[in-house]
Design a protein around this ligand. Structure first.
Ligand SMILES: [Zn+2]
Length: 271
């Protein structure tokens, strides 16, 4: 789940949760591991009974703001957040189940990792991830000057590094960033210092255009919203990638492990 999905989900959660309270939180077995890794702390930070005032996006995270300066952060998530208007439609499997004061439910399914972390305002603004999110490409302050400044600070790194800099450019994981690099015609393992001015402006343009398009299309077809409906943005480089061909030229995408995770790209369209 990346920024375009988080925007949509935050808006939907704001509509259905505002003014309600959690009356019970059930943690499934999988939480032992998530608690140990630091992704979940709901066993010790109590938010039951507090009214939800607002839900808003922040980079890769959706923040539920409660009364009395408390917050619950969902995000950096491989999984799904689903809303259930009543008990008859509850899923068999969930990582965390939230019962709401109007007898509706929210379920969180964490497939590999993801945060469900409660903290007060002060801890939120000082948190190393949640409190330190940079500009997203749809932000009006995200100018070419800002982007160029980031490039010069990280000039010694590979281009792929840009997707991990949540404190300066937030909201990315591998998905949209791969499409951005295909759009810009740049290989992920190029050194930032070796990019031409034209490649830098292309990269900026593709970053803004693809993210705005994904927001407009309400996220990727691979991800679902809180009602289980997928988005309409079709990835150029999808998730089930084996033997997939480039929609621009017909060549087979190449896989390479870069900075600790697999990257897919087209040797014909990217340089
Ligand atoms: Zn291609």
């Amino acid at each position: 789940m990346e920024f375009p999905e988080i925007i949509k989900i935050s808006r939907q959660l704001n509509d259905v949760l505002r003014g309600k309270r959690f009356i019970d939180i059930t943690l499934g077995d999988q939480n032992d591991k998530l608690i140990k890794w630091g992704f979940v702390n709901l066993h010790k930070h109590d938010i039951v009974g507090l009214t939800i005032e607002e839900v808003f996006p922040r980079g890769l995270y959706s923040v539920l703001r409660f009364e009395k300066g408390e917050n619950l952060v969902f995000g950096d998530l491989i999984g799904r957040i689903l809303y259930h208007p009543n008990k008859s439609r509850l899923p068999n499997k969930y990582t965390i189940l939230f019962s709401l004061s109007d007898k509706s439910f929210l379920s969180l399914q964490i497939d590999q990792y993801g945060f469900a972390y409660a903290l007060d305002d002060n801890a939120l603004s000082n948190h190393k991830y949640f409190g330190n999110q940079g500009l997203t490409p749809n932000d009006e302050r995200f100018s070419y000057g800002y982007f160029e400044d980031v490039l010069s600070k990280y000039s010694k790194h590979h281009v792929k590094k840009l997707q991990f800099l949540q404190n300066v450019i937030s909201g990315f994981q591998n998905g949209y960033f791969q499409d951005i690099l295909l759009c810009a015609g740049i290989l992920p393992y190029r050194k930032i210092s070796k990019l031409t001015d034209k490649e830098k402006t292309n990269l900026f343009k593709c970053m803004v255009e693809i993210i705005e398009k994904a927001i407009e299309l309400e996220g990727s077809t691979d991800e679902v919203d809180i009602y289980g409906h997928p988005g309409k943005y079709k990835r150029m480089i999808g998730t089930r990638i084996k033997n997939r061909i480039c929609p621009q030229c017909g060549d087979v995408f190449v896989e390479k492990n870069i900075l600790g995770s697999p990257s897919y790209f087209c040797m014909t369209c990217q340089d």
